[in-house]
Structure formats: C-alpha cells, structure tokens
Design a protein around this ligand. Sequence first.
Ligand SMILES: C[S@@+](CC[C@H](N)C(=O)[O-])C[C@H]1O[C@@H](n2cnc3c(N)ncnc32)[C@H](O)[C@@H]1O
Length: 224
Amino acid sequence: MKLSNRLNTINTLITESYDIIWDCCCDHGFLGMAILKRNLADKIIFVDIVPALMADLSKTLTRFSCAQTAKQWQVKCQDVGCLELTPSAKQLVIIAGVGGELLLKLVQQIIINNTNHDLSKLSFILCPVHHTYSLRKGLHKLGLGLVTEQIVLENKRFYEVLHVSFESEQPISSTGTIMWEENNTAHRMYLCQLIKHYTRMINKDPVYFQNVLNDYQQLVELKT
Ligand SMILES: C[S@@+](CC[C@H](N)C(=O)[O-])C[C@H]1O[C@@H](n2cnc3c(N)ncnc32)[C@H](O)[C@@H]1O
C-alpha cells in the first residue's frame, strides 16, 4: 500500500527507534502499518475513537501478523486525550489529520494526564489540518521545542508537519523557521495563501489577526 505524500513525510521523519510509537487518530491505520513494517518500535499502538474503524483495523492487522509481529501492535478504541503513557519509556506520539485546535487540546490533555511521568523522552509528530499558527503558539507555551518541521503539498493543499519534544531547546516559532526553503515556488504560494487567508479574517478579531498577519508579513520581508 502506497502512503500519501503527507503520511509518507511523517514516516520519513521517524529516523530513530522508540519503545512505543502511538499512531493517534489513526483511522485506517495506514501510517502505523508502514511504521510497523520498518521495525522501528517495540510496540506500535493504534488509537482512534470510532469503534467500527478499530474493529476493522484489528482484523486487518491480525490477518497480516505472524507470531512475532502480533506482539508488536495494539489497537485501542478511545479518546486520544485520555492516553496513558508508559512511565520512563521512549515514546513518539503521532497525531495527524485533525484540526489544529483539536490537536492542541489533545496534546495539552496528554501532557496534563501524564505529568507524573518523566516527559523528557516523549516527542510528538503533529500534522494538523489548518490553524497551525495557534497550534504552534500553544506548543511553545507547553514548553515543547522544535526538532524539525516540513511543508507538504498534497492534493493542492498545504500542510505543516512538526516534530517537537521536551528535550529540544530550539523554540517553536509561530510562523515556522527551517521549513521555509528559499526560492521554492510552492512555499511562496503557501505564504501568499496564508496572508490572503488572515487578511480575510481581520474583521473577525482585528487585534489578534493583525498580529498574525504582521508575523507572516515579516517572513515575506525576510525573503525579499
Ligand atoms: C481524517 S482522520 C485522520 C487519519 C490519519 N491520521 C491521517 O492523517 O490521514 C481523523 C481521525 O481522527 C479520529 N478522531 C477525532 N477525534 C478523536 C479523538 N479525540 N480521539 C481519538 N480519535 C479521534 C476520527 O475518528 C478519525 O478517524
């Protein structure tokens, strides 16, 4: 099965092994299955809130598992916000394909619910649909730092993929830093789209959206 451009980018950002990788809001589970094939974690845990999806995924995984790989995956049907992380394990939590506001809420809940654990070995790969600016601000506020970030174009839509952790001391900027490639036409198009979008939003909350706009316009100035 061929992964979409967006899911493939997330997959390639995983360059080290983990005790546990959580494929959250996994839906069909394509991403987790690709990670399972790469043998990158002792356990891949698939999580989604829809029972029928998780029942289908369990069947598919069982069909393709041998005695060895059967121990390497688990399916949980639950709210991602209620994840119970494993204390002291090196864990990667992936959340992709949901709105930026929900995504931030889920990350906040995971952290609050697991504050008793040492979170230094925890990192997240996140790919929201829209609202990346407010997500980035929220992640920074939580004390997370940037590991890496990329812009992905899929079906004429732009996405930002962020790898963040508590160990990284590189601040997460609201508009992105290392993901912007100079002279990349698609990236310029994405920046134009963001500026047009936030210009349209100004009337809704002039003070907030003017600040957002100023931040993106500063990027344009840096690039010209
Ligand atoms: C569009 S799919 C994303 C699938 C895949 N991660 C991707 O990026 O292609 C969004 C999934 O998020 C799940 N979801 C939404 N809110 C959730 C929550 N609070 N906890 C668990 N799953 C959730 C939905 O059931 C749905 O299957």
